[in-house]
Ligand binder design. Structure first.
Ligand code: AMP
Length: 419
């Protein structure tokens, strides 16, 4: 195509059959959250820029990648790059945390980051997220991790690895940060990385370049610097996961792109994907509410990437679930038959059966091909002579058997046959 429009850079159209996979992925993640009492929340796709500036952190990659613009009223607006800051904003704004705690919420929707596009990394992508706000109980951290693990399992994925870490709290993290900074100041780094050491030394641990990773071999580990409370908390999360049969890998160098995390931090990676192997992640963010002007509200959550989970399913050749099931496909032959077919198909659908019909002036051959392609179990063929006799021909598309069925009581007949 030379003249027409194309989807913007870093975006793509979700078409069948991948669209089916994406829906199945979202449904599995949502089901997992709902099974544990998480309720749906929807917040705007854009927010005041300041919310993310404060909530996501000034020097993070995510802040650098934001879609920020002034609206016509001169307000600085940002397309949401992640979901947690907005959920916390909403919970504070509406006083949801004044009632029973924790407040458990889930969301599903598009997010926007101005990233360099590549396989698995887009400027518009979809996340399902879950947040439990207002509790410091390590069982909630474990619950969320178990739910995500179960969602991946329900989708049939087997190559998912769970990486687990603790980032400490405001008591013990500063000492670790200083120790890491001390260490990093003593190694030979390029100018940009040295700046990072001063602004956000933990992010240096996330540098994927092998030469940097080599320099980090002897860097101090956060897990050696946890205070007694953080250590006990982390041990409890690990124990609950083990009891639940969830395997994890301790990854003391795990950090993530957002500044607000404290204590529990985790990431799900898929071994069948290339560079963009993180299919989901999350952690505890005990200080976020205060960062955006609220009271203390210790909380934990995850965001699972739908796009990458679809790629993971393709990498593992997991079959897409069958399409919205058409069970009966009507094939009208002639004008009267078309109206009757339309009425019958409507009745079948209203009775909860999947039904479709051959539209357009197609001959019998073309219409039967469409019936096959629909995946329907039965074709209902309506010719003028049959109609006059009050019947149609019902063809079983798996066996090829054909028999006349009465149009009177067709819904009941088909329900019985499709049981
Ligand atoms: P984050 O909000 O960065 O913790 O990301 C959570 C999950 O969202 C990641 O594990 C990815 O699966 C997915 N994700 C984040 N950024 C992108 C992107 N640019 N394109 C596709 N998926 C993404």
């Amino acid at each position: 195509m030379t003249d027409g429009f194309q989807a913007p850079k870093g975006t793509y159209d979700l078409l069948p059959p991948d669209s089916r996979l994406a829906l199945a992925v979202r449904a599995a993640m949502i089901d997992a959250a709902r099974s544990a009492g998480y309720e749906y929340i929807e917040t705007p796709v854009f927010e005041d820029t300041e919310l993310f500036a404060r909530g996501v952190g000034e020097s993070t990659d995510v802040t650098k990648e934001m879609y920020t613009f002034d609206d016509r009223g001169g307000r600085s607006i940002t397309l949401r790059p992640e979901g947690t800051a907005a959920v916390v904003r909403s919970v504070l704004e509406h006083g949801l945390a004044r009632g029973q705690l924790p407040v458990k919420l889930y969301y599903s929707g598009p997010f926007f980051r101005y990233e360099r596009p590549q396989a698995g990394r887009y400027r518009h992508f979809w996340q399902v997220g879950a947040e439990a706000l207002g509790t410091e109980d390590p069982a909630v951290d474990a619950e969320l991790i178990v739910l995500a693990t179960d969602a991946y399992r329900a989708l049939g994925l087997t190559q998912v690895r769970l990486l687990l870490n603790s980032l400490g709290c405001r008591e013990c993290r500063p000492a670790y940060r200083a120790a890491l900074q001390d260490y990093l100041r003593g190694v030979d780094l390029d100018r940009q990385t040295r700046q990072r050491v001063e602004a956000n030394p933990l992010r240096v641990l996330d540098d994927k370049r092998p030469e940097i990773q080599a320099l980090l071999a002897d860097a101090p580990l956060v897990t050696d610097h946890l205070c007694a409370a953080c250590k006990a908390f982390h041990e409890e999360v690990r124990r609950l996961l083990t009891d639940a049969g969830v395997e994890f890998v301790d990854e003391p160098r795990l950090v993530r792109g957002l500044d607000y995390y404290t204590r529990t931090l985790f990431e799900f990676v898929h071994t069948g994907l290339g560079a963009q192997s993180a299919i989901g992640g999350g952690g505890r963010y005990d200080g976020l509410s205060e960062m955006i002007g609220g009271p203390p509200l210790p909380s934990v959550g995850w965001a699972l990437g739908v796009d990458r989970t679809v790629l993971a399913m393709r990498a593992e050749s997991v079959e897409p679930p069958s399409a919205a099931r058409v069970e009966v496909f009507a094939v009208p032959l002639g004008e009267d038959a078309r109206r009757t077919a339309f009425r019958l198909v409507t009745e079948l659908r209203r009775a909860g059966l999947g039904a479709d019909l051959a539209y357009g002036q197609r001959g019998l051959k073309g219409a039967m091909k469409a019936a096959d392609r629909s995946g329907a179990r039965y074709a209902l063929i309506l010719g003028d002579r049959d109609l006059a006799a009050g019947v149609a021909q019902l063809k079983d598309l798996t066996t090829g058997d054909q028999e006349p069925v009465a149009l009177d009581g067709l819904v009941a007949t088909m329900k019985e046959k499709l049981q």
